[in-house]
Design a protein around this ligand. Structure first.
Ligand code: UD1
Ligand code: CA
Length: 464
């Protein structure tokens, strides 16, 4: 049985999520639940994937753009058996057909592989993945014969009191022999408490036809956890966060408090990097080796070079080179390229700017829409004035430019290499290489003024 196809059921509404968004698109660690299932299915070596969509079909299809899956539409949600019927057009004549759910984001490729092997070795036409749980409420119960062989699955709503007491439950994941599935799927009816076509009735058919039905119990119950509401979504996220953190720790990343960090599935982190509590690493982020990510640092869709340290800062859609120092309290808004050995210190904000190697902005500055060369010094309180209320303009500064504290660089303007801006200047025109630009009113000193105005205070007067 070489050919393997997976049918992922994702047509249900997910009413309990109380959401505009289709349930399977709700994210666990930055990735839609159904995409987690798809990646694990692929990881188990199954490439033909059919996703059954219905509620919010367009949105789900859109959310899975680029996933390279086939879609089957189930117009009315008449049950899990009915959902599989809609996918049959994409199911081959022979081989194994996995039926899975789009709302079980914690299933792993390893378990799917083991499940598949078990099925192949059993010689049965259907194998169901089960779990032993403390509270089986709501799930289909696994009914076995006296020898432990699988007999049937009974839904909560159809179960007798005795059956309800069974704590082995149906995960909703199955492998079928394709030929058996083709032969029998249309025989399903909806004579049950919910008036639905139950996929689970195929187990009974396999047993009655002597085709064999097997049940295999999953080792880790978390893997089959279905998400129906936001409480379960948070539970699944917690498990996923732990898994992701452990994967990085095993690969050489130090995570001081794994329970407190949020790292999305897509994030890459080099060895010897240290992640402090409260860090949030999201999207397409790549962190180099030996990086220090301080407490409460947020990094989204960004690349951080080796040996850089980032303290309590926010970085979005930007690139930072190696051995640079960012923060505390720096804010890199989208579109920056910060070089190697740079410093972007406390309360410095960058947006859509480049900062060459060795350049420094130590404190309290705003750099927006600027292309800045290497070894530049930006003093405290410097502002790149990029906006006139209607349009934004860019500024430029060559290598080694020195911009004194509290200066305003009014775009569009260019400071050539080695230009020197005196503290407190407002620069509105280009400055030549090596020139000093100073824009400052002449100071005035009025002697004896404080006394004459009656403003002189005695020592300690304000402390009485
Ligand atoms: C089903 C199983 C139950 C099992 C449980 C595991 C049946 C009859 N029962 O229960 O034994 O313990 O899953 O979670 O199969 N779906 C569709 N179209 C439909 C109905 C459902 O695509 O018409 C999809 C849902 O989006 C969901 C999955 O199938 O992803 C399971 O549906 P759900 O309604 O949660 O299954 P239950 O009937 O609760
Ligand atoms: Ca369910």
């Amino acid at each position: 049985m070489n050919q393997k196809t997976a049918v992922i059921l994702a047509a249900g509404q997910g009413t309990r999520m109380k959401s505009e968004k289709p349930k399977v698109l709700h994210e666990v660690c930055g990735k839609p639940m159904v995409s987690h299932v798809i990646s694990q299915v692929r990881g188990a070596g199954i490439d033909d994937i059919v996703v059954v969509i219905g509620h919010g079909a367009d949105r789900v299809q859109d959310g899975l753009k680029g996933e390279n899956v086939t879609f089957a539409v189930q117009k009315e949600q008449l049950g899990t058996g009915h959902a599989v019927m809609q996918a049959m057009g994409a199911v081959p004549e022979n081989g194994g057909v996995f039926v899975l759910c789009g709302d079980t984001p914690l299933i792993t490729a390893e378990s799917l592989r083991a499940f598949s092997e078990y099925h192949e070795n059993s010689g049965c036409d259907v194998t169901v993945l089960t779990a032993k749980v403390e509270d089986p409420t709501g799930y289909g119960r696994i009914i076995r014969n006296a020898d432990g062989g699988l007999l049937r699955i009974v839904e909560q709503k159809d179960a007798s009191e005795e059956e309800k007491a069974v704590n082995e439950i149906n995960s909703g994941m199955y492998v079928f022999d394709a030929a058996f599935l083709r032969e029998n799927i249309d025989k399903l009816d909806c004579n049950n408490a919910q008036k639905e076509y139950y996929i689970t009735d195929l187990i009974t058919m396999a047993v009655e036809q002597g085709r064999g039905a097997a049940a295999v119990t999953v080792a880790d119950v978390d893997e089959i956890m279905g998400v129906n509401d936001r409480v379960q979504l948070a539970r699944a996220t917690k498990v996923m966060r732990k898994r992701i953190a452990e994967k990085h720790m095993r690969a050489g990343v130090t995570i001081i408090d794994p329970d407190s960090v949020y790292i999305e599935d897509s994030v890459e982190i080099g060895p010897d990097t240290e992640v402090w509590p409260g860090a949030e690493l999201k999207g397409n982020t790549k962190i180099g080796r030996g990086v220090l990510l301080g407490r409460d640092t947020i990094i989204e869709n960004s690349i951080i070079g080796d040996g850089t340290d980032i303290l309590k800062s926010v970085i979005k859609d930007s690139e930072v080179g190696s051995r640079s120092h960012i923060g505390p309290f720096a804010y890199l808004r989208p579109g920056n390229k910060i070089g190697d050995q740079c410093k972007v210190g406390d309360f410095v904000e960058f947006k859509n700017s480049t900062f060459g190697n060795g350049s420094k902005a130590g404190h309290l500055a705003y750099v927006g829409d600027a292309d800045l060369g290497e070894d530049i010094n930006i003093g405290c309180g410097v502002i790149f004035v990029n906006y006139d209320g209607k349009k934004k303009y860019r500024s430029k500064a060559g290598d080694r430019a020195f911009i004194g504290s509290n200066s305003n660089i009014v775009a569009p303007v260019e400071l050539e290499e080695d230009a020197y801006i005196a503290a407190g200047s407002t620069v509105t025109k280009n400055v030549k290489s090596g020139a000093l630009f100073v824009e400052r009113a002449k100071g005035l000193e009025v002697e004896g003024w404080v006394e004459r105005k009656g403003l002189k205070r005695e020592p300690g007067e304000d402390r009485k």
